[in-house]
Design a binder for this molecule. Sequence first.
Ligand code: WT7
Length: 659
Amino acid sequence: MSQERIESMMDEKRHFAPPADSRGRAHVSGEAAREALVRRAAEDPEGFWGERAAQLIDWFKPWDTVLDADMNEPRIEWFKGGRLNVAHNCLDRHVAGNRRNKAAIIWQGEPEEDVRVLTYQMLYDEVRRFAAVLRKMGVHKGDRVSLYMPMIPELAVAMLACARIGAVHSIVFAGFSAVSLQNRIHDCEAKVVVTADAVLRAGRRIPLKVNVDEAVRQCPSVEKVVVVNRGSLEVTMEEGRDLWWHEVMADRTLDVDRPCEEMDAEDMLFILYTSGSTGKPKGVVHTTGGYLTYAAHTTQWVFDVQDDDVYWCTADIGWITGHSYIVYGPLALGATSLMFEGVPSWPSPDRFWRIVEKFRVNIFYTAPTVVRALMREGTDWTERHDLSSLRVLGSVGEPINPEAWMWYHTHIGKGRLPIVDTWWQTETGGIMISGLPYATTLKPGSATQPLPGVDAAIVRPDGSPAGPNEGGHLVIRKPWPGMLRGIFGSPERYRSTYFERFPGMYESGDGARTDTDGYFWIMGRLDDVINVSGHRMGTAEVESALVAHPSVAEAAVVGMPHAVKGEAIYAYVTLGADAEETEELRAELRAWVRKEIGPIATPDVLQFAEGLPKTRSGKIMRRILRKIAAGATSEFGDTSTLADPGVVSDLIEGRLQLT
Ligand code: WT7
């Protein structure tokens, strides 16, 4: 984050008291109630979490121990001995109870007239069918299924069908390339891939199935590919491998009455790949009992979801936000979750507000990058719509700058709605630091305080606690039910990434400070991971894509401040002896990265460099590259270790602006 942004946050003095719980039904009402919960959870964490797990989740068999853990090893087991099924909790029990005819998913397709409402009964029926389809294909408990799909109801159906039979899903965001998909399928050895012919986006049809064809060529584990017809795009179907969703679902011989698989609390629920500081994405593993408890718990408290609410999280299900806050959390609670296939800016920048008005949305959860982009379009678009149904607003993905917070509060919240700024990560499974809408005084730009039961702290590099306003490493000192249980296939990487540097604590990789009120201010990643539009991107991943191009000798990638995206990708590229620095090659390299990883990884700026600033031992000095990218070319700090100081002035001279 830019120095300017940090300073504007340091000066932030505005406070917003929580609205009164006038209907008297908020889940956590008032600051005193929140504080009592914080104390209770700190004094008796196992009692606290055991109580929440019993209140929120249906268990086939109760657990023997709430928590059995050692963060040094690490070994984390929640609700050991407990047995449950996630799909049962999200569907069966609501159907058997009184929510059979309640909308589980309201789906707004990309075209305005494409709306589908799936009641709990309808979703349950679809899920049981697809579960039977998977079983018939030979998918067993523990087998992996990759889902590479648009934001259509079939994606939620496929997730819950996996959960129903105990298969592990691995969702790959549909914006990732064939190469990225292939790496992810390969890493988890998926047996089945579910996809669609195309993704509808901003009025266009983007082919999707072709990427699967390309990816699966190198993935011997894949036996079947199921294809949803979303865009009626012509696709090639490989005989014996590829099947249409609508055809397999119409199979009259399916055994749809099989009961849910009884899962152990610690059985794997899903894998989700995320970027780290090395080139290879990590397959973050979440398990059944703790994850579901945590998703339901945080959805209920942080958004104050009530039975009659329409709740909308605008994320894509391909990211953890969509897993926890479109599907698992809301459905476990029996809530109505709105799912949107399109983008905020198409056909016009009021698409989101049109949807809020159309479905009378009560709770709205989005990302700062969206707020900033819509803020630029002006308030004519927001004033055109009746937003009076809204009650709670949320933000996630990156720090929300106070300017964007104030715009969100004034023009969407009409000066009266609470904004919960939720800090968390793929690894944490659910929200960790956030205000509670009827219980927390808000400060624009601060994620406020850790939730009850979350022991977050800021520590110095030696692990000792940092004082107020002293920046440091954001760590979690006690286990929580939603935490990751591993990196698929890499126990050692799991240990060394999260539990090695600060013994007995979970290391988030983020920098933060607390103010004198104990409020948390997140400063951003401390590792070589950048945050582009709320999505995590490893600089090493982009670098390895660049150096895979035959013309590239060396590449270094850093983040630079960007007004809408938060951070943009700035790449420095040194060419091989035979290559020439041309505009064509610059465009080709950007397209190359797009193809290797996906559009989100495309460098915004690509500067050709004769050489890169290195220490005498050959280490690239990224600190300097970040400064040059940001245009801060005077303050380099200590450059005495540079092998060739001349390189720096050349780079400054060749610096490119964002266009
Ligand atoms: C990283 C995690 C968690 C869902 C979306 C991203 C940053 C996330 C906030 C926030 C400041 C935030 C952190 C974190 N981040 N939310 N409210 N304030 N920073 O999940 O891809 O795993 O990225 O996003 O840097 O480490 P992710």
